[in-house]
Design a protein around this ligand. Structure first.
Ligand SMILES: Nc1ncnc2c1ncn2[C@@H]1O[C@H](COP(=O)(O)OP(=O)(O)OP(=O)(O)O)[C@@H](O)[C@H]1O
Ligand SMILES: [Mg+2]
Length: 403
């Protein structure tokens, strides 16, 4: 994820290989400032070889004070001692020759590592790590994708929370469609990096959305789902926690091995039902399963979607059946499907719609506090061991039922 300041479109495209697919081009100093102010996750500005030196150094100098974690790499057609000395004084991290693309890649990589350390993202301390939120319902069609995409978009709206949305509905995921994305890469591309995935590898497979969030999309072909081991999901989550503040996971309606992995790693869950008896029954069973897995009760947020539908079942009936309070009710509204069909989350498309207000309240009043609580009281080791036992039990039960 890099900004390139370059006015020549073709020259910019020629650098895409060296700078990565996530590269975004800005064409002026004000645009560079604006983009870096808008997206606080960006930590690298590369300045093209034909940008006037004085303008380039003025930007570098001001970034040094405004965003010290942002690295500036300057490209020049000719390197001489004068340019190097001036650049150093302005706080440019590296100056590279315009015709040496491998030096450019290396300089960018060094700068990103330094920025990551400066931003305290790679310190490895528990407090610096992002939080994982699994969105689940055991019955299909309850609104997992709607809620996860909208929560992720709402979280990213402040432009300071770095958000990754992962589509774990590997065979039929529709996060990409719901966000109007055309992903070039998917989680299937992580398989080739298994065992040595790092922040840059992860950045190369995510797709950036205008709302500010990144999405790790499901494979385009359902058949590719079988090629993705659950261990890859665990590795993605380990790396993603170092890079993002919040990782939101959309899931298929089943406790697959991948979903269990996401529950193992998650700090909070959003569990959905609608006003119909199969959905409520399945949510009850899901809660029992999570108890078995030792998943902490405190960070479970139960959400009733389409809660105002007149279908002969009341909200009270649901809370009585679940023995659990509801974190949020979301009304039924046709704007949701209209927004999905346009590929825009409803919280962005119609922020004042009752559904958007409910989703915003869910994020503000329940999810953010739940995540904060998880930071302050991480899961004790005994609970982690309990989870592992629960998973073993679940696998044995599944094996028994298949025999
Ligand atoms: N509050 C709502 N009001 C109106 N329509 C809704 C609401 N929530 C979801 N929908 C619609 O219901 C359908 C199913 O929603 P969604 O795809 O989010 O469910 P899901 O749980 O992800 O489904 P699946 O299990 O198939 O992945 C979609 O067409 C969506 O637009
Ligand atoms: Mg879905």
């Amino acid at each position: 994820m890099t900004f390139l300041w370059e006015t020549d479109h073709q020259a910019a495209e020629n650098l895409r290989l060296a700078l990565g697919h996530g590269m975004r081009v800005v064409e002026s100093a004000p645009a560079a400032h604006r983009s870096l102010a808008d997206d606080r996750r960006e930590i690298l500005l590369v300045i093209g070889p034909d940008i006037d030196l004085t303008s380039a150094l003025t930007v570098a100098d001001s970034l040094r004070l405004e965003r010290p974690e942002v690295g500036v790499v300057l490209m020049r057609r000719r390197l001489d001692v004068g340019v190097l000395a001036q650049s150093l004084r302005a706080g440019v991290r590296e100056v590279v020759s315009a015709d040496d693309l491998s030096s450019l890649t290396e300089a960018c990589s060094r700068s990103q590592q330094l920025s990551t350390r400066l931003a305290g993202l790679a310190g490895g301390s528990e407090a610096a790590e992002g939080r994982i939120v699994t969105v689940f319902s055991a019955k299909g069609g309850c609104g997992k994708t709607t809620v996860s995409t909208n929560m992720a978009a709402e979280l990213a709206l402040d432009r300071t929370t770095r958000v990754l949305l992962i589509d774990l509905d590997l065979a039929f995921g529709d996060v990409a469609i719901s966000l109007g994305l055309m992903p070039e890469r998917s989680i299937a591309d992580v398989v080739a990096m298994a065992g040595h995935l790092d922040a840059e590898g992860l950045a190369s497979v995510v797709t950036h959305h205008d709302s500010g969030l990144d999405a790790l999309c499901a494979p385009a072909h359902p058949g590719d789902a079988d090629r993705i081991p659950a261990a890859v999901v665990a590795e993605v989550l380990r790396v993603a926690k170092k890079v993002y503040d919040v990782v939101v996971i959309d899931t298929p309606p089943a406790f697959t091995e991948h979903v269990l992995t996401s529950f193992d790693a998650c700090d909070a869950s959003v569990l959905l039902a609608t006003l119909d008896i199969p959905a409520v029954k399945n949510l009850r069973l899901a809660l029992d399963t999570l108890d078995l897995l030792g998943h902490p009760k405190a960070n479970r947020l139960l959400v009733l979607n389409r809660a105002d539908a007149k279908v002969g079942l009341s909200v009270d009936d649901v809370t009585t059946a679940l023995h659990h309070e509801l974190a949020q009710e979301i009304p039924d509204n046709r704007a949701v499907t209209a927004a999905t069909n346009r590929g825009v989350p409803v919280v962005l498309h119609e922020p004042k719609n009752p559904v958007s207000l409910a989703l915003k309240a869910l994020v503000r009043e329940r999810l953010r506090p739940a995540i904060k609580m998880a930071v302050e009281s991480p899961m004790p080791v005994s609970k982690a061991a309990h989870r592992a036992n629960g998973r073993r039990f679940l696998r044995r039960a599944e094996a028994g039922s298949q025999a």
